[in-house]
Ligand binder design. Structure first.
Ligand code: ZN
Ligand code: ZN
Length: 245
């Protein structure tokens, strides 16, 4: 009760605005997102590749929700068992992830993490996972930014699911150049041996769910999965906020 009053008072003194569209937060708000931006995040729906989650064109509405592996997965099987995302990497989610990472709007990890938890509990091909492992940033990058967005997202999912986060299980041991302009092959080379398992006790024999912001080609999470499996993880899956189509 007291908390609600305090929030109402803060709202009155500092009217909250949506960081994406600047609208006043109103009905349907998912703080700090307004209801309309929240509704416009493009939730991913089946059918998609059962391995990497790549969305397929909806040719058969009555068909299986998960189709067999897509062409790239058949050619080269990723190291993770499955990857799923809450949304398609459209304009709205791109803005949200950008504001979270580069403008320090860390409150956005709340609605984005909630969305991962909500969609994730419907689309993960397993009933439960043992722990959440955020994809690490290089320590110098994390110090510069002040946080790791994947850790913030994982903490939110953890709260909703009651599954522990292991933020120190993986370490990024070298700083890798931005992947933005690289193709799939170059991305794989770029992240090769970039990660190291620091706490193998945390992952040994466990079903690990890697948490990241955006899935592009899957090179980063596949490399993380490789070292986690080498360190004894039983299964490694992936959950991200968004996926490039
Ligand atoms: Zn908005
Ligand atoms: Zn695939």
């Amino acid at each position: 009760m007291w908390r609600e009053w305090a929030l109402a008072l803060v709202d009155l003194l500092l009217p909250p605005f949506c960081p994406l569209c600047r609208a006043r937060l109103d009905e349907g708000r998912r703080d700090p997102l307004c209801g309309s931006c929240w509704d416009r995040l493009e939730r991913l729906s089946p059918p998609y590749c059962r391995t990497c989650g790549r969305p397929f064109p909806r040719f058969d509405p009555g068909g299986a929700p998960e189709a067999g592996p897509c062409e790239p997965c058949r050619r080269r099987r990723p190291r993770f068992s499955y990857a799923r995302a809450a949304t398609l990497y459209g304009e709205r989610v791109r803005e949200a992830v950008h504001a979270l990472k580069f403008q320090g709007k860390t409150a956005l990890a709340r609605p984005l993490g909630d969305l991962m938890a909500e969609v994730g509990s419907m689309v993960l091909p397993v009933a439960a996972v043992d722990c959440l492992v955020p994809v690490p940033l290089h320590p110098s990058r994390e110090a510069e930014r002040g946080f790791n967005q994947s850790v913030l997202l994982a903490r939110r999912v953890s709260r909703r699911w009651g599954v522990p986060v292991e933020p120190r299980a993986l370490r990024r041991r070298r700083s890798t150049p931005s992947q933005t302009d690289l193709d799939a092959e170059e991305r794989r080379a770029n992240v090769k041996d970039a990660f190291q398992v620091c706490r193998s006790r945390a992952v040994d024999g466990r079903h690990v769910l890697l948490i990241d912001d955006v899935f592009t080609t899957g090179a980063t999470v596949s490399e993380c999965a490789r070292v986690l499996l080498e360190a004894g993880a039983r299964t490694v899956g992936v959950l991200t906020v968004a996926r490039v189509a």
